[in-house]
Write a protein that binds this ligand. Structure first.
Ligand code: C2E
Ligand code: MG
Ligand code: MG
Ligand code: MG
Length: 289
């Protein structure tokens, strides 16, 4: 009986693997058409300046409106795009679209776009970025590129010259998900980052007693201060987390405590209105507590 169960189990397992592979192949095929069919969309999450509680920027987050599967999050298709050699195309679309949207927003607003480490390996990236900016008529300093620590795996000198080339274009650079990857303080010395984004795994529960996260956040913000970089706390969900990351010196805050990602027209309305700040946000909640 045990043998039968084992066989059954094995059969079940290989069916699952088979269908996962099929699903992936199908998504890859669909993804090749997705840009042309207008199925990709950028959503924008507000980035709030901690001291003034005003929205100073948005982070562009990609969504895929799949004809049968509905709205797909980036974790579902960015890795496929990377494997299938489609990431440059997706990334180029994101840069152009974000710059076009940014052109409709007040000049004081900036926008961050996530860039895959694989795009960094393409020497054309600085031209792609410069063209997207020029096409939309955007001041380069209004665009920030977010890159994770994975960018440092591989050819160090090529990565360093890519950073230099992007700085010559005039965009800002942010180190995303800091502390979760292949972290080395040496990178902070070498790469001209303007911002460190503190990963939400350090923010989550940071205000709870006994958590070590607060000490980690404090040391990242003091390091960033000393190096002249801004810091964004990512994934801030509760008022307690918000108060803590402000006290610990994060210059910017992003998270559901303020706003989730929204479509471009909502983002535009929000940033145009004078109550834009955080309409029913934490400031109001705090003062009524
Ligand atoms: P990320 O760049 O670290 O983006 C932050 C993620 O945290 C987003 O997930 C955002 O929706 C989510 N988030 C924001 N605030 C909160 C919060 O308070 N609580 C929680 N639980 N989550 C929050 P999303 O949109 O699913 O994106 C996931 C990742 O996909 C991004 O992580 C980024 O690495 C990647 N990604 C998104 N758009 C692009 C893109 O255009 N190109 C590339 N290469 N990667 C992208
Ligand atoms: Mg990001
Ligand atoms: Mg992040
Ligand atoms: Mg992430």
């Amino acid at each position: 009986a045990a043998k039968d169960a084992g066989r059954g189990c094995h059969r079940f397992y290989s069916d699952e693997l088979h269908s996962a592979a099929e699903e992936r192949a199908e998504l890859e095929k669909d993804l090749r058409e997705a840009i042309a069919r207008g199925e990709l969309e950028l959503h924008y999450q507000p980035v709030v300046h901690a001291a003034s509680e005003t929205i100073v920027a948005f982070e562009a987050l990609m969504r895929w409106n799949h004809p049968r599967r509905g709205s797909l999050a980036p974790d579902k298709f960015i890795p496929i795009a990377e494997d299938a050699g489609l990431i440059d195309q997706l990334g180029q679309w994101a840069l152009r679209t974000a710059c076009e949207d940014l052109a409709r927003w007040p000049v004081a607003t900036s926008c961050a776009v996530n860039v895959s480490p694989l795009q960094f390996a393409n020497p054309e990236l600085p031209n792609v970025v410069a063209n997207a900016l020029a096409h939309a008529g955007i001041e380069p300093a209004r665009l920030e590129l977010e890159i994770t620590e994975n960018v440092f795996v591989g050819d160090g000198s090529a990565t360093e010259s890519m950073f230099a080339a992007l700085k010559r274009v005039g965009v800002r650079l942010a180190l995303d998900d800091f502390g979760t990857g292949y972290s080395s303080l040496g990178y902070l010395k070498k790469a001209p980052f303007d911002r460190i984004k503190i990963d939400q795994s350090f923010v989550r529960g940071a205000s709870e007693k006994g958590s070590r996260n607060g000490a980690i956040i404090a040391s990242i913000t003091s390091l960033a201060d000393a190096l002249g970089m801004d810091t964004t706390a990512e994934g801030v969900e509760t008022l307690d987390e918000l108060e803590l990351v402000r006290v610990l010196g994060c210059s910017h805050v992003q998270g559901h405590v303020y706003h989730r990602a929204m479509d471009a027209s909502e983002a535009g309305k929000l940033v145009e209105s004078d109550t834009a700040v955080c309409p029913e946000g934490p400031r109001a909640a705090r003062s009524s507590r």
